[in-house]
Design a protein around this ligand. Structure first.
Ligand code: NI
Length: 462
């Protein structure tokens, strides 16, 4: 039988989240054995940071927004808000008095303990000085992408094996405080279970939960071979993603190639017409911050003027569509004229980017039977018009985009307006908060836009 190891994690003194830990039995320094992973495969991930002061109590909280796992995002937000509210209430009622010579504070940070395939694990580390919950604690929430449900840490263990699991954990605690473990079952939360890279299961206790009087958090490391028969199906899937992560997410909303499936999650297509312009590079920076993809309907003669900007947009994953050579109303041209105008523009885009566009947006949204017939690509109109060329005011543009946005909306902007570009960070922030993914027009239709696109599909269960 492999040896069971117990370590305690100590928190650093100055209110930061402690990294240092000691192995009590061997009295050498060691890292938290829980594996953390980079959420590389999560699309549209946002981190919400907040901080402030109540009386003289400082607080800061951080949690992730994961659009493809909305129930998880909701649970994480609730967890943060409840903890913060309790701390602030205590701060108000107590006047935020000093605790052992230190100013009270609350810090909540998080890391991913799994983020691939159909499993996400998020682990919060809370450092609180003052009030109920004083000390350092951790909580892990798991997300079962197959069921689309947030599950508590203990769901890694098979329900029928719960007694065996408790026994194994108690054995691991022998060196620390087995008596406390056996004596007060009701006091344990068992709300932080996660894996090491080698597949051992780590049970982390809040400060003072076991090993009363010891400084730091106790952790029981249950060896892989012994915990294996006790894991639930979900626990096995979670462990597999920690040990051998898939190279993509497999949640509802993600397709096989890792792009977003807008029939399963909320999407909007932001579209920018008439550029590229001197303001387009800044717009690309804003979009990159939100990992948002957009569609640029460019004018051929502007492409000739700024080929590098269009190339940059394509490299960043955006779609570039054809908005005619010189922005003439195509319904005023002959059939041959329409064909020539669009072909010339396609060619300029191909020359600049190496990619031939597959979409046309007719200038002014004006088209007739001739334009439809002569266009080599589907025509894309829009379902939300910001009228940003008329109201050159960022606040107005933001409201005009965000208010009417629905799953499947195609939103019309013009990146030749600085007021429009200045509005985009606000548009992205507010739509992201509502759980929208930002996709290209082609992506909105799963790669197959109809001959006339106005509004994209919306998920059956948004
Ligand atoms: Ni236009």
């Amino acid at each position: 039988m492999a040896a069971l190891a117990v370590v305690t994690l100590t928190s650093t003194s100055c209110g930061g989240i402690g990294q240092a830990s000691t192995v009590r039995q061997a009295s050498v320094r060691s890292e938290d054995p829980v594996a953390t992973v980079a959420p590389t495969w999560i699309r549209g991930l946002r981190v919400v940071r907040d901080n402030g002061k109540e009386e003289s109590c400082a607080w800061s909280t951080t949690y992730p927004q994961i659009p493809s796992a909305q129930p998880l995002t909701d649970a994480l937000r609730r967890l943060v808000e409840e903890r913060r509210a309790a701390f602030l209430q205590w701060a108000r009622e107590s006047g935020c008095g000093e605790q052992a010579g230190k100013a009270p504070e609350l810090n909540m940070g998080f890391g991913f303990v799994a983020a691939s395939g159909d499993v996400i694990g998020v682990r919060f580390t809370v450092y609180q000085l003052g009030g109920a919950g004083d000390g350092k604690s951790t909580t892990s929430l798991w997300y079962d992408g197959v069921k689309g449900q947030v599950v508590p840490a203990l769901s890694l263990i098979d329900a029928a094996s719960m007694n065996a699991f408790e026994e194994l954990t108690g054995k691991a605690l022998e060196g620390i405080d087995r008596q406390a473990w056996l004596a007060d079952r009701s006091a344990r939360t068992l709300d932080d279970l996660a894996f090491t890279k080698d597949g051992d299961l780590v049970v982390t206790f809040d400060e003072g939960e076991v090993a009363a009087g010891a400084v730091g958090q106790a952790q029981a490391v249950l060896p892989r071979a012994e915990v294996e028969p006790l894991l639930s199906d979900f626990g096995r899937r979670a462990r597999a993603q920690v040990m051998r992560p898939a190279d993509r997410m497999a949640l509802p909303g993600y397709t096989a190639d890792g792009s977003v499936d807008c029939r399963q999650v909320k999407c909007v297509a932001l579209t920018f017409d008439d550029g590229p312009s001197p303001y387009t590079p800044r717009l690309l920076q804003y979009l990159a911050r939100y990992r948002a993809r957009a569609t640029f309907f460019v004018v051929g003669q502007n492409v000739i003027a700024r080929p590098g900007v269009v190339r940059g947009a394509v490299r960043a994953g955006h779609e570039v569509g054809n908005h005619s050579w010189s922005h003439r109303d195509l319904t005023g041209l002959s059939a041959r004229g329409v064909r020539a105008d669009l072909a010339r523009t396609d060619q300029a885009i191909r020359k600049a980017t190496g990619v031939t566009p597959t979409l046309v947006r007719p200038p002014y949204g004006a088209f007739d039977r001739v334009v439809r017939r002569q266009s080599p690509h589907p025509l894309v109109l829009w379902s939300v018009d910001t009228l940003d060329w008329l109201y050159r005011n960022s606040g107005h543009v933001t409201r005009a985009a965000v208010g009417p946005a629905r799953p499947g909306s195609i939103i019309l902007f013009h990146d030749i307006r600085p007021t429009t570009v200045a509005a985009i960070p606000h548009v992205l922030k507010r739509l992201a908060k509502r759980g929208f993914h930002f996709v290209t027009v082609s992506e909105l239709y799963g790669g197959h836009p109809p001959a006339l696109a106005i509004h994209g599909p919306s998920p059956r269960h948004p």
